[in-house]
Design a protein around this ligand. Structure first.
Ligand SMILES: Nc1nc2c(ncn2[C@@H]2O[C@H](COP(=O)(O)OP(=O)(O)OP(=O)(O)O)[C@@H](O)[C@H]2O)c(=O)[nH]1
Ligand SMILES: [Mg+2]
Length: 449
């Protein structure tokens, strides 16, 4: 890893930049306590402090600070480390940064603390990735999932499969090393553990769709004829006047995307140009883009204006949307019920954005649809594309091994496939991960992590 030198002392501001009650600096690396002590008023106490203790003191002309002490073998990175809490002013942070640079510390690169924790064996790679996922989690649900992976849930989840695979490989190894009459015991091919392992890992790989929704947010597109109330509903979801609303049909042209949470599920909500035949060139381009967004969405929320649309017209539009976007989830909404006496046609949810009547029901229906793709109770969900790819390659290698066994191919060739499968599982936890890949993973983190 060219960028990450692991021998020197590093520091970073671990809290978000800007004004706040506190700013926390993280320092790590052998010798960092002795390097920091000369500028600290309570020097002797700091030098003698045990791991996990706090020392209060002053940094002359800069700030009063509270220092948490971690001796080598303890703390986040497993190296000698300090966390310094100072006041969260720009002045404090600037002066502290200058002081630490002058004291022999280097500014940490993105993810460098977590990389050191991984290299020092404090966490495995799935836990390191969970640190980043927690930092990015936007809702309670994503936080809960990432937290379970931080606790090592992914490694435990594949642990049983690794054992099954090791068992099968050992059985084959014995058959390769000894003649049949020397073994004495069972010499049949270990189909059962391999098939069991394959099925379980395939199931785990299948949770990646849900993992994608949790990490990126589900794509929900508000669509429908001009003036149906899409932008009004968009603003109601976001609880802010984000999109322009007006009685003029064709108000929205460029689509607008915002992140929001629908009953805890992260959603990328998109307001789009209303669908209509009329309109000039720019609006037509907006409408063309709406079509693209609808085709790529997880769910389309299709709105109609109840005061302008007949029941039969509504059903026709519903049928057309069903036919045009067969693979996409759809919720049909009968909006502006406050202006109309016609009850919602079959398959439509009644809503008045103006009075918010029906909004809770719509949110709930949407959440249920998204949850069908996201098993919120699933113990472990694969969120990292890297882990997903390794699982897929592992399952493919197991498939090849099973097929070869059925075709009567020699055990030595099968052993190669099983080794490949086992390596892919090792790769998930970081045991067999090359430096270039580590660099790729950690460089995505934020500084201070
Ligand atoms: N009475 C009533 N008016 C509504 C309701 N929802 C939207 N409106 C009004 O309908 C008009 C159009 O609303 P928009 O949200 O701009 O509609 P849109 O679908 O985004 O329209 P385009 O961007 O032109 O496609 C505005 O005057 C809104 O105030 C509703 O539930 N009840
Ligand atoms: Mg609009």
């Amino acid at each position: 890893m060219d960028r990450y030198n692991t021998d020197d002392m590093i520091f970073a501001l671990a809290t978000a930049p800007g004004r706040g009650a506190l700013a926390v600096f993280r320092l790590s690396g052998a010798g960092c306590i002795a390097a920091f002590a000369p500028c600290f008023s309570n020097r002797e106490k700091l030098l003698a402090a045990a791991s996990g203790t706090l020392v209060f003191g002053e940094i002359k002309d800069i700030d009063q600070v509270l220092v948490s002490v971690f001796r080598s073998g303890h703390g986040y990175t497993g190296e000698e480390a300090l966390e310094i809490s100072c006041h969260g002013s720009t002045g404090s942070v600037t002066l502290m940064t200058r002081l630490l640079l002058e004291s022999g510390f280097r500014q940490a690169l993105p993810g460098e603390f977590t990389l050191r924790a991984f290299l020092n064996g404090r966490i495995d790679l799935t836990q390191a990735e969970a640190v980043d996922e927690i930092a990015r989690s936007g809702t309670a649900l994503t936080q809960k999932q990432a937290l379970s992976r931080l606790d090592g849930a992914m490694t435990r989840r594949i642990g049983a499969d690794r054992e099954l695979l090791a068992e099968a490989m050992a059985a084959i190894e014995v058959q390769l090393d000894y003649a049949e009459d020397e073994i004495g015991g069972d010499t049949s091919f270990p189909y059962e553990p391999i098939e069991k392992c394959r099925a379980d890992l395939d199931r785990l790989a299948g949770t990646f769709g849900a993992g994608r929704i949790l990490s990126e947010g589900a794509s929900v597109v508000l669509a429908g004829p001009a003036n149906a109330g899409k932008s009004s509903l968009f603003n109601l979801f976001l609880k802010q006047e984000r999109s322009i609303v007006s009685p003029v049909p064709g108000t929205t042209r460029d689509y607008i995307e915002c992140l929001c949470s629908v009953e805890g599920i992260p959603v990328r909500l998109c307001d789009t140009a209303g669908l209509r035949q009329a309109g000039e060139e720019i609006e037509m381009e907006g409408i063309r883009r709406t079509g693209q967004l609808m085709a790529a969405a997880d769910v389309i929320v299709y709105l109609l204006d109840a005061s302008e649309t007949s029941g039969s017209e509504a059903l026709m539009q519903k049928e057309r949307a069903e036919a045009d976007y067969p693979a996409v989830g759809k919720v049909f909404v009968w909006n502006k019920t406050d202006l109309s006496d016609t009850s919602a046609p079959e398959g439509f949810i009644g809503l008045s954005v103006a009075t918010a009547e029906g909004f809770a029901g719509l949110s709930h229906t949407l959440a249920l649809m998204l949850q069908a793709g996201v098993d919120v109770n699933a113990q472990t969900v694969v969120q990292s594309p890297r882990q997903h790819q390794a699982l897929v390659l592992c399952v493919q290698a197991l498939d090849r091994a099973l097929e070869m066994a059925r075709d009567g191919v020699g055990l030595d060739a099968i052993a190669v496939e099983l080794k490949e499968a086992s390596d892919q599982l090792g790769f998930i936890c970081g045991e067999l991960t090359g430096d270039d890949i580590l660099e790729q993973i950690f460089s995505r983190f934020c500084v201070g992590k």
